[in-house]
Design a protein around this ligand. Structure first.
Ligand SMILES: Nc1ncnc2c1ncn2[C@@H]1O[C@H](COP(=O)(O)OP(=O)(O)OP(=O)(O)O)[C@@H](O)[C@H]1O
Length: 453
Protein backbone atom coordinates (compact mmCIF):
# COMPACT_ATOMS: atom_id res chain seq x y z
CA UNK A 1 0.00 0.00 0.00
CA UNK A 2 1.21 3.50 -0.84
CA UNK A 3 1.15 6.42 1.60
CA UNK A 4 -1.13 9.21 0.41
CA UNK A 5 0.82 12.15 -1.06
CA UNK A 6 -1.33 15.25 -1.65
CA UNK A 7 -0.33 17.72 -4.37
CA UNK A 8 -1.96 21.04 -5.27
CA UNK A 9 -1.14 22.42 -8.75
CA UNK A 10 -1.88 26.06 -9.57
CA UNK A 11 -1.46 26.86 -13.27
CA UNK A 12 -3.61 29.11 -15.45
CA UNK A 13 -2.62 27.61 -18.80
CA UNK A 14 -4.77 24.46 -19.41
CA UNK A 15 -2.13 22.84 -21.65
CA UNK A 16 0.68 23.26 -19.09
CA UNK A 17 -1.72 22.07 -16.38
CA UNK A 18 -2.36 18.81 -18.28
CA UNK A 19 1.36 18.25 -18.82
CA UNK A 20 2.17 18.85 -15.18
CA UNK A 21 -0.63 16.57 -14.00
CA UNK A 22 0.75 13.85 -16.25
CA UNK A 23 4.29 14.30 -14.91
CA UNK A 24 3.07 14.26 -11.29
CA UNK A 25 0.85 11.21 -11.52
CA UNK A 26 2.13 8.27 -9.53
CA UNK A 27 1.03 5.64 -7.00
CA UNK A 28 -0.56 7.23 -3.93
CA UNK A 29 -0.48 10.72 -5.46
CA UNK A 30 -3.69 12.71 -5.03
CA UNK A 31 -3.60 15.71 -7.36
CA UNK A 32 -5.86 18.75 -7.00
CA UNK A 33 -5.72 21.47 -9.65
CA UNK A 34 -6.61 25.17 -9.67
CA UNK A 35 -6.39 27.74 -12.42
CA UNK A 36 -6.60 30.78 -10.17
CA UNK A 37 -4.65 31.83 -7.11
CA UNK A 38 -7.83 32.75 -5.23
CA UNK A 39 -9.19 29.22 -5.64
CA UNK A 40 -5.85 27.89 -4.28
CA UNK A 41 -6.00 30.29 -1.33
CA UNK A 42 -9.48 29.01 -0.45
CA UNK A 43 -8.30 25.42 -0.72
CA UNK A 44 -5.22 25.75 1.50
CA UNK A 45 -7.35 27.41 4.12
CA UNK A 46 -9.42 24.21 4.40
CA UNK A 47 -6.98 21.43 3.58
CA UNK A 48 -3.36 20.44 4.07
CA UNK A 49 -1.16 19.38 1.13
CA UNK A 50 2.28 17.82 1.03
CA UNK A 51 3.32 19.82 -2.01
CA UNK A 52 2.02 22.97 -3.70
CA UNK A 53 3.29 23.72 -7.23
CA UNK A 54 2.41 27.17 -8.46
CA UNK A 55 3.11 29.01 -11.66
CA UNK A 56 4.66 32.43 -11.25
CA UNK A 57 3.01 34.82 -13.65
CA UNK A 58 4.77 37.94 -14.68
CA UNK A 59 2.91 40.86 -13.19
CA UNK A 60 0.63 39.84 -10.27
CA UNK A 61 2.08 38.82 -6.91
CA UNK A 62 -0.73 36.42 -5.97
CA UNK A 63 1.66 33.43 -5.87
CA UNK A 64 3.79 35.11 -3.22
CA UNK A 65 0.62 35.64 -1.17
CA UNK A 66 -0.18 31.94 -1.65
CA UNK A 67 3.36 31.01 -0.57
CA UNK A 68 3.09 33.17 2.55
CA UNK A 69 -0.32 31.68 3.44
CA UNK A 70 0.85 28.08 2.97
CA UNK A 71 3.99 28.65 5.05
CA UNK A 72 2.08 30.27 7.90
CA UNK A 73 -0.87 27.81 8.00
CA UNK A 74 0.98 24.57 7.12
CA UNK A 75 4.74 25.08 7.64
CA UNK A 76 5.42 21.46 6.70
CA UNK A 77 3.94 21.86 3.18
CA UNK A 78 6.61 22.34 0.51
CA UNK A 79 6.08 24.94 -2.24
CA UNK A 80 7.70 24.75 -5.67
CA UNK A 81 7.54 27.74 -8.02
CA UNK A 82 7.21 27.25 -11.79
CA UNK A 83 8.65 30.11 -13.74
CA UNK A 84 9.48 31.35 -17.21
CA UNK A 85 13.13 32.35 -17.81
CA UNK A 86 12.22 36.04 -17.48
CA UNK A 87 10.99 35.76 -13.89
CA UNK A 88 13.89 33.83 -12.33
CA UNK A 89 14.68 36.73 -10.01
CA UNK A 90 11.22 36.59 -8.49
CA UNK A 91 11.51 32.83 -8.16
CA UNK A 92 14.71 33.36 -6.16
CA UNK A 93 12.85 35.86 -3.99
CA UNK A 94 10.16 33.20 -3.43
CA UNK A 95 12.84 30.74 -2.32
CA UNK A 96 14.11 33.28 0.20
CA UNK A 97 10.58 33.36 1.57
CA UNK A 98 10.44 29.62 2.09
CA UNK A 99 9.78 27.96 -1.30
CA UNK A 100 11.75 24.72 -1.64
CA UNK A 101 12.79 25.04 -5.27
CA UNK A 102 11.86 26.50 -8.65
CA UNK A 103 11.36 24.87 -12.04
CA UNK A 104 12.11 26.88 -15.17
CA UNK A 105 9.91 26.28 -18.22
CA UNK A 106 10.34 24.21 -20.28
CA UNK A 107 11.06 21.44 -17.77
CA UNK A 108 11.20 17.67 -18.31
CA UNK A 109 9.02 15.00 -16.66
CA UNK A 110 12.21 13.63 -15.13
CA UNK A 111 12.91 16.95 -13.39
CA UNK A 112 9.42 16.91 -11.88
CA UNK A 113 9.84 13.32 -10.64
CA UNK A 114 13.19 14.07 -9.01
CA UNK A 115 11.64 17.04 -7.27
CA UNK A 116 8.70 15.01 -5.94
CA UNK A 117 11.14 12.37 -4.62
CA UNK A 118 13.04 15.12 -2.81
CA UNK A 119 9.87 16.37 -1.14
CA UNK A 120 8.95 12.82 -0.13
CA UNK A 121 12.39 12.25 1.39
CA UNK A 122 12.06 15.47 3.37
CA UNK A 123 8.70 14.27 4.66
CA UNK A 124 10.20 10.96 5.82
CA UNK A 125 13.05 12.73 7.64
CA UNK A 126 10.54 15.05 9.31
CA UNK A 127 8.37 12.13 10.44
CA UNK A 128 11.39 10.26 11.80
CA UNK A 129 12.40 13.34 13.74
CA UNK A 130 8.89 13.61 15.18
CA UNK A 131 9.04 9.95 16.20
CA UNK A 132 12.39 10.53 17.91
CA UNK A 133 11.04 13.57 19.73
CA UNK A 134 8.06 11.57 20.92
CA UNK A 135 10.45 8.81 22.08
CA UNK A 136 12.49 11.30 24.10
CA UNK A 137 9.28 12.80 25.51
CA UNK A 138 8.03 9.38 26.58
CA UNK A 139 11.29 8.47 28.28
CA UNK A 140 10.65 11.35 30.65
CA UNK A 141 7.07 10.23 31.29
CA UNK A 142 5.77 7.57 33.68
CA UNK A 143 7.50 4.18 33.75
CA UNK A 144 5.89 0.78 33.99
CA UNK A 145 8.14 -1.24 36.27
CA UNK A 146 8.17 -5.03 36.05
CA UNK A 147 10.02 -7.85 34.39
CA UNK A 148 7.39 -10.56 34.88
CA UNK A 149 5.95 -12.02 31.64
CA UNK A 150 2.56 -10.42 32.46
CA UNK A 151 4.09 -6.91 32.62
CA UNK A 152 6.16 -7.54 29.49
CA UNK A 153 2.97 -8.45 27.66
CA UNK A 154 1.26 -5.32 29.01
CA UNK A 155 4.08 -3.18 27.62
CA UNK A 156 3.75 -4.84 24.21
CA UNK A 157 -0.01 -4.23 24.20
CA UNK A 158 0.44 -0.57 25.15
CA UNK A 159 2.79 0.03 22.20
CA UNK A 160 0.36 -1.74 19.87
CA UNK A 161 -2.90 -0.11 20.94
CA UNK A 162 -1.67 3.42 21.77
CA UNK A 163 -1.51 4.81 18.18
CA UNK A 164 -4.89 3.35 17.15
CA UNK A 165 -7.18 5.92 18.81
CA UNK A 166 -9.62 3.20 19.89
CA UNK A 167 -11.36 2.82 23.25
CA UNK A 168 -9.45 0.65 25.72
CA UNK A 169 -10.96 -1.11 28.72
CA UNK A 170 -8.37 -1.51 31.49
CA UNK A 171 -9.29 -3.94 34.24
CA UNK A 172 -7.54 -4.93 37.45
CA UNK A 173 -7.83 -4.64 41.20
CA UNK A 174 -7.28 -1.30 42.89
CA UNK A 175 -3.68 -0.04 42.86
CA UNK A 176 -2.50 -2.39 40.11
CA UNK A 177 -1.57 0.48 37.79
CA UNK A 178 -4.68 1.05 35.64
CA UNK A 179 -4.27 4.82 35.65
CA UNK A 180 -0.54 4.49 34.96
CA UNK A 181 -1.29 2.26 31.94
CA UNK A 182 -3.81 4.85 30.68
CA UNK A 183 -1.13 7.57 30.96
CA UNK A 184 1.29 5.44 28.96
CA UNK A 185 -1.32 4.81 26.25
CA UNK A 186 -1.89 8.58 26.01
CA UNK A 187 1.80 9.39 25.91
CA UNK A 188 2.46 6.89 23.14
CA UNK A 189 -0.48 8.12 21.07
CA UNK A 190 -0.88 10.87 18.50
CA UNK A 191 -2.63 12.89 21.20
CA UNK A 192 0.48 13.02 23.41
CA UNK A 193 0.83 16.78 22.99
CA UNK A 194 -2.72 17.32 24.23
CA UNK A 195 -4.06 17.02 27.75
CA UNK A 196 -5.10 13.87 29.60
CA UNK A 197 -7.55 13.83 32.45
CA UNK A 198 -8.87 11.12 34.77
CA UNK A 199 -12.34 11.18 36.30
CA UNK A 200 -13.39 8.80 39.05
CA UNK A 201 -16.99 7.93 38.20
CA UNK A 202 -17.58 6.46 41.66
CA UNK A 203 -16.53 9.41 43.76
CA UNK A 204 -19.10 11.95 42.50
CA UNK A 205 -22.86 12.10 42.81
CA UNK A 206 -24.87 11.47 39.61
CA UNK A 207 -25.60 15.18 39.14
CA UNK A 208 -22.02 16.31 39.71
CA UNK A 209 -20.60 13.61 37.45
CA UNK A 210 -22.92 14.58 34.56
CA UNK A 211 -21.99 18.26 34.99
CA UNK A 212 -18.32 17.44 35.16
CA UNK A 213 -18.35 15.23 32.05
CA UNK A 214 -20.89 16.89 29.79
CA UNK A 215 -21.00 20.49 31.05
CA UNK A 216 -24.18 22.45 31.59
CA UNK A 217 -26.19 25.26 30.06
CA UNK A 218 -26.88 28.52 31.81
CA UNK A 219 -29.68 28.12 34.36
CA UNK A 220 -29.70 24.32 33.92
CA UNK A 221 -30.08 24.25 37.70
CA UNK A 222 -30.18 26.78 40.53
CA UNK A 223 -26.85 28.54 40.72
CA UNK A 224 -25.75 27.74 37.15
CA UNK A 225 -24.99 31.32 36.16
CA UNK A 226 -23.29 30.61 32.87
CA UNK A 227 -22.83 27.86 30.30
CA UNK A 228 -19.91 25.63 31.29
CA UNK A 229 -18.05 23.15 29.10
CA UNK A 230 -17.64 19.63 30.41
CA UNK A 231 -14.47 17.54 30.32
CA UNK A 232 -15.27 15.97 26.94
CA UNK A 233 -15.58 19.41 25.36
CA UNK A 234 -12.64 21.09 27.05
CA UNK A 235 -10.23 18.21 26.47
CA UNK A 236 -10.36 18.98 22.76
CA UNK A 237 -8.02 16.52 21.04
CA UNK A 238 -6.93 14.91 24.33
CA UNK A 239 -7.61 11.70 26.25
CA UNK A 240 -9.97 11.04 29.14
CA UNK A 241 -9.77 8.12 31.56
CA UNK A 242 -13.14 7.21 33.03
CA UNK A 243 -12.00 5.41 36.16
CA UNK A 244 -14.38 3.07 38.01
CA UNK A 245 -16.66 3.03 34.96
CA UNK A 246 -18.65 0.22 36.63
CA UNK A 247 -19.96 2.81 39.11
CA UNK A 248 -21.27 5.16 36.41
CA UNK A 249 -24.98 5.97 36.91
CA UNK A 250 -27.40 4.93 34.13
CA UNK A 251 -28.19 8.51 33.01
CA UNK A 252 -24.50 9.21 32.43
CA UNK A 253 -24.16 5.86 30.61
CA UNK A 254 -26.75 6.98 28.02
CA UNK A 255 -24.83 10.20 27.38
CA UNK A 256 -21.51 8.38 27.19
CA UNK A 257 -22.95 6.09 24.54
CA UNK A 258 -23.78 9.17 22.45
CA UNK A 259 -20.20 10.42 22.81
CA UNK A 260 -18.87 7.05 21.64
CA UNK A 261 -21.31 6.59 18.78
CA UNK A 262 -21.73 10.12 17.46
CA UNK A 263 -18.79 11.99 18.98
CA UNK A 264 -21.21 14.58 20.34
CA UNK A 265 -22.37 15.76 23.77
CA UNK A 266 -25.51 17.48 24.94
CA UNK A 267 -24.83 19.74 27.94
CA UNK A 268 -27.04 19.28 31.01
CA UNK A 269 -30.16 21.42 30.51
CA UNK A 270 -29.46 21.83 26.78
CA UNK A 271 -30.67 20.35 23.50
CA UNK A 272 -27.87 21.29 21.10
CA UNK A 273 -25.42 18.51 20.13
CA UNK A 274 -21.84 19.76 20.43
CA UNK A 275 -19.09 17.84 18.54
CA UNK A 276 -16.18 16.55 20.66
CA UNK A 277 -12.82 15.05 19.79
CA UNK A 278 -11.55 12.97 22.68
CA UNK A 279 -10.10 9.48 23.11
CA UNK A 280 -11.89 7.53 25.80
CA UNK A 281 -10.11 5.04 28.02
CA UNK A 282 -12.04 3.32 30.79
CA UNK A 283 -10.93 1.42 33.88
CA UNK A 284 -12.66 -0.77 36.40
CA UNK A 285 -11.91 -3.23 39.19
CA UNK A 286 -15.27 -4.90 38.58
CA UNK A 287 -16.26 -7.53 36.01
CA UNK A 288 -18.43 -5.44 33.71
CA UNK A 289 -20.12 -8.61 32.37
CA UNK A 290 -21.50 -9.18 35.88
CA UNK A 291 -22.70 -5.58 36.09
CA UNK A 292 -24.51 -6.06 32.75
CA UNK A 293 -26.13 -9.27 34.02
CA UNK A 294 -27.21 -7.51 37.21
CA UNK A 295 -28.85 -4.77 35.12
CA UNK A 296 -26.57 -2.03 36.46
CA UNK A 297 -24.61 -1.50 33.26
CA UNK A 298 -25.95 -1.03 29.73
CA UNK A 299 -25.14 -3.94 27.46
CA UNK A 300 -24.76 -1.75 24.34
CA UNK A 301 -22.29 0.49 26.20
CA UNK A 302 -20.36 -2.55 27.42
CA UNK A 303 -19.87 -3.79 23.85
CA UNK A 304 -18.81 -0.30 22.73
CA UNK A 305 -16.22 -0.11 25.50
CA UNK A 306 -14.96 -3.64 25.15
CA UNK A 307 -13.03 -3.02 21.91
CA UNK A 308 -9.64 -3.84 23.42
CA UNK A 309 -9.29 -5.08 26.99
CA UNK A 310 -6.10 -5.00 29.04
CA UNK A 311 -6.12 -7.00 32.24
CA UNK A 312 -3.55 -5.99 34.82
CA UNK A 313 -2.74 -8.86 37.18
CA UNK A 314 -2.68 -8.31 40.97
CA UNK A 315 0.76 -7.97 42.53
CA UNK A 316 0.45 -11.34 44.31
CA UNK A 317 0.34 -13.05 40.88
CA UNK A 318 3.65 -11.45 39.88
CA UNK A 319 5.55 -11.70 43.16
CA UNK A 320 8.81 -11.86 41.17
CA UNK A 321 8.37 -8.14 40.60
CA UNK A 322 8.17 -7.28 44.32
CA UNK A 323 11.97 -6.90 44.92
CA UNK A 324 12.18 -4.79 41.76
CA UNK A 325 9.41 -2.48 42.97
CA UNK A 326 11.05 -2.30 46.42
CA UNK A 327 14.35 -1.09 44.96
CA UNK A 328 12.65 1.33 42.61
CA UNK A 329 10.53 2.98 45.33
CA UNK A 330 13.39 2.85 47.87
CA UNK A 331 15.70 4.75 45.55
CA UNK A 332 12.97 7.24 44.67
CA UNK A 333 11.94 8.05 48.24
CA UNK A 334 15.52 8.06 49.59
CA UNK A 335 16.17 10.79 47.03
CA UNK A 336 12.89 12.64 47.66
CA UNK A 337 13.40 12.71 51.45
CA UNK A 338 17.19 13.00 51.28
CA UNK A 339 17.74 9.87 53.45
CA UNK A 340 20.81 7.63 53.43
CA UNK A 341 18.72 4.44 52.98
CA UNK A 342 20.35 1.86 50.73
CA UNK A 343 18.49 -1.42 51.12
CA UNK A 344 15.90 -3.57 52.90
CA UNK A 345 16.99 -6.12 55.50
CA UNK A 346 16.54 -9.75 54.42
CA UNK A 347 13.79 -10.15 57.00
CA UNK A 348 11.86 -7.19 55.56
CA UNK A 349 12.24 -8.52 52.03
CA UNK A 350 10.94 -11.93 53.17
CA UNK A 351 7.94 -10.33 54.90
CA UNK A 352 7.15 -8.27 51.82
CA UNK A 353 7.42 -11.17 49.36
CA UNK A 354 5.17 -13.31 51.57
CA UNK A 355 2.52 -10.59 51.96
CA UNK A 356 -0.61 -10.72 49.77
CA UNK A 357 -0.83 -6.96 49.00
CA UNK A 358 -4.59 -6.41 48.82
CA UNK A 359 -3.79 -2.80 47.82
CA UNK A 360 -1.30 -3.98 45.17
CA UNK A 361 1.48 -1.69 43.90
CA UNK A 362 0.00 1.40 45.59
CA UNK A 363 0.13 -0.38 48.96
CA UNK A 364 3.72 -1.50 48.40
CA UNK A 365 4.69 2.01 47.36
CA UNK A 366 3.08 3.49 50.50
CA UNK A 367 4.78 0.91 52.72
CA UNK A 368 8.21 1.78 51.30
CA UNK A 369 7.59 5.53 51.51
CA UNK A 370 6.56 5.22 55.17
CA UNK A 371 9.57 3.01 55.95
CA UNK A 372 11.98 5.49 54.36
CA UNK A 373 10.44 8.33 56.40
CA UNK A 374 10.80 6.32 59.63
CA UNK A 375 14.32 5.06 58.97
CA UNK A 376 17.58 6.73 60.05
CA UNK A 377 20.30 4.40 58.82
CA UNK A 378 21.18 2.58 55.61
CA UNK A 379 18.86 -0.42 56.14
CA UNK A 380 15.05 -0.69 56.40
CA UNK A 381 14.23 -2.94 59.37
CA UNK A 382 11.12 -4.82 60.51
CA UNK A 383 10.20 -2.00 62.92
CA UNK A 384 9.78 0.35 59.98
CA UNK A 385 6.95 -1.75 58.57
CA UNK A 386 3.26 -1.19 59.45
CA UNK A 387 1.79 -3.42 62.16
CA UNK A 388 -0.23 -5.53 59.69
CA UNK A 389 3.02 -6.70 58.11
CA UNK A 390 4.72 -7.35 61.43
CA UNK A 391 1.94 -9.84 62.06
CA UNK A 392 0.33 -8.02 64.99
CA UNK A 393 -3.32 -7.26 65.46
CA UNK A 394 -4.66 -3.98 66.72
CA UNK A 395 -6.96 -3.72 69.68
CA UNK A 396 -8.33 -0.28 70.14
CA UNK A 397 -5.31 1.89 69.50
CA UNK A 398 -2.60 -0.64 70.22
CA UNK A 399 -0.89 -3.42 68.31
CA UNK A 400 0.71 -5.79 70.80
CA UNK A 401 3.10 -3.72 72.84
CA UNK A 402 3.20 -0.97 70.23
CA UNK A 403 0.87 2.03 70.35
CA UNK A 404 -0.61 2.96 66.97
CA UNK A 405 -0.38 6.32 65.26
CA UNK A 406 -3.60 8.19 64.46
CA UNK A 407 -3.15 7.41 60.76
CA UNK A 408 -2.83 3.68 61.48
CA UNK A 409 -5.83 3.76 63.75
CA UNK A 410 -7.88 5.59 61.13
CA UNK A 411 -6.91 3.04 58.49
CA UNK A 412 -7.86 0.14 60.71
CA UNK A 413 -11.20 1.71 61.56
CA UNK A 414 -12.01 2.39 57.91
CA UNK A 415 -11.10 -1.20 57.05
CA UNK A 416 -13.40 -2.45 59.81
CA UNK A 417 -16.33 -0.28 58.70
CA UNK A 418 -15.88 -1.32 55.07
CA UNK A 419 -15.78 -4.94 56.15
CA UNK A 420 -18.97 -4.59 58.17
CA UNK A 421 -20.76 -2.74 55.34
CA UNK A 422 -19.53 -5.33 52.81
CA UNK A 423 -17.72 -2.65 50.82
CA UNK A 424 -20.76 -0.36 50.46
CA UNK A 425 -19.01 3.01 50.31
CA UNK A 426 -22.09 5.21 50.67
CA UNK A 427 -23.06 3.38 53.87
CA UNK A 428 -19.46 3.35 55.13
CA UNK A 429 -19.10 7.10 54.48
CA UNK A 430 -22.34 7.70 56.39
CA UNK A 431 -21.16 5.67 59.40
CA UNK A 432 -17.74 7.35 59.35
CA UNK A 433 -19.39 10.78 59.12
CA UNK A 434 -17.47 11.83 55.98
CA UNK A 435 -18.58 12.31 52.37
CA UNK A 436 -18.03 9.72 49.60
CA UNK A 437 -15.25 11.74 47.93
CA UNK A 438 -13.22 11.94 51.15
CA UNK A 439 -13.71 8.22 51.72
CA UNK A 440 -12.52 7.44 48.18
CA UNK A 441 -9.46 9.63 48.70
CA UNK A 442 -8.61 7.86 51.95
CA UNK A 443 -9.18 4.41 50.43
CA UNK A 444 -6.84 5.29 47.57
CA UNK A 445 -4.17 6.80 49.80
CA UNK A 446 -4.20 3.77 52.08
CA UNK A 447 -4.07 1.35 49.17
CA UNK A 448 -7.08 -0.67 50.29
CA UNK A 449 -8.34 -3.18 47.70
CA UNK A 450 -11.93 -2.69 46.65
CA UNK A 451 -12.48 -6.42 46.49
CA UNK A 452 -11.08 -7.04 49.92
CA UNK A 453 -13.71 -4.99 51.77
N1 LIG B 1 4.09 -1.25 36.99
C1 LIG B 1 4.22 -0.13 37.70
N2 LIG B 1 5.38 0.58 37.67
C2 LIG B 1 5.55 1.71 38.40
N3 LIG B 1 4.60 2.20 39.22
C3 LIG B 1 3.44 1.55 39.29
C4 LIG B 1 3.17 0.35 38.55
N4 LIG B 1 1.92 -0.06 38.81
C5 LIG B 1 1.42 0.82 39.68
N5 LIG B 1 2.30 1.78 39.98
C6 LIG B 1 2.13 2.91 40.91
O1 LIG B 1 1.18 2.51 41.90
C7 LIG B 1 0.27 3.55 42.19
C8 LIG B 1 -1.15 3.08 41.89
O2 LIG B 1 -1.30 2.96 40.48
P1 LIG B 1 -2.62 3.46 39.71
O3 LIG B 1 -3.19 4.68 40.38
O4 LIG B 1 -2.31 3.53 38.28
O5 LIG B 1 -3.57 2.22 40.03
P2 LIG B 1 -5.11 2.00 39.67
O6 LIG B 1 -5.24 0.58 39.28
O7 LIG B 1 -5.55 3.05 38.70
O8 LIG B 1 -5.80 2.24 41.07
P3 LIG B 1 -7.38 2.53 41.39
O9 LIG B 1 -8.16 1.33 40.94
O10 LIG B 1 -7.42 2.67 42.86
O11 LIG B 1 -7.75 3.79 40.67
C9 LIG B 1 0.67 4.74 41.36
O12 LIG B 1 1.49 5.58 42.13
C10 LIG B 1 1.48 4.12 40.23
O13 LIG B 1 2.43 5.02 39.73
Amino acid sequence: MYEQFRILVVEDDPHSLDELEQALSGPGHEITTCQETQCALDLVEREAFDLVMTDLHTGGRGELTLLARVKSDHPETEVVIITGSSSVERAVEAMKRGALHYLTKPYSEEEVRVLVERVKEKRIVREELEELRSYVRNRQGPRLIGKSPQVQELKRHIVRVAPLDCTVLITGETGTGKELVSQMIHQNSKRADKRQFAVNCGSLSEELLCNELFGHEREAFTGAQRTTKGIFESLDGGTVLLDEIGEMPMSAQVQLLRVLQEKKVVRVGGTEEVPVDVRILVATHRRLEDEVKAGRFREDLYYRLNVFTMKIPPLRERADDIPLFCNYFLERYAKDYDKPVERLSNEVLDLLTAYSFPGNVRELKNIIERAVILSDGAVIERTHLPARLRGQSAVCGSAGDLLLSLAELEERHIRLVLEKTKGNKSKAAQILGIDRTSLWRKIKRMGLANDAH
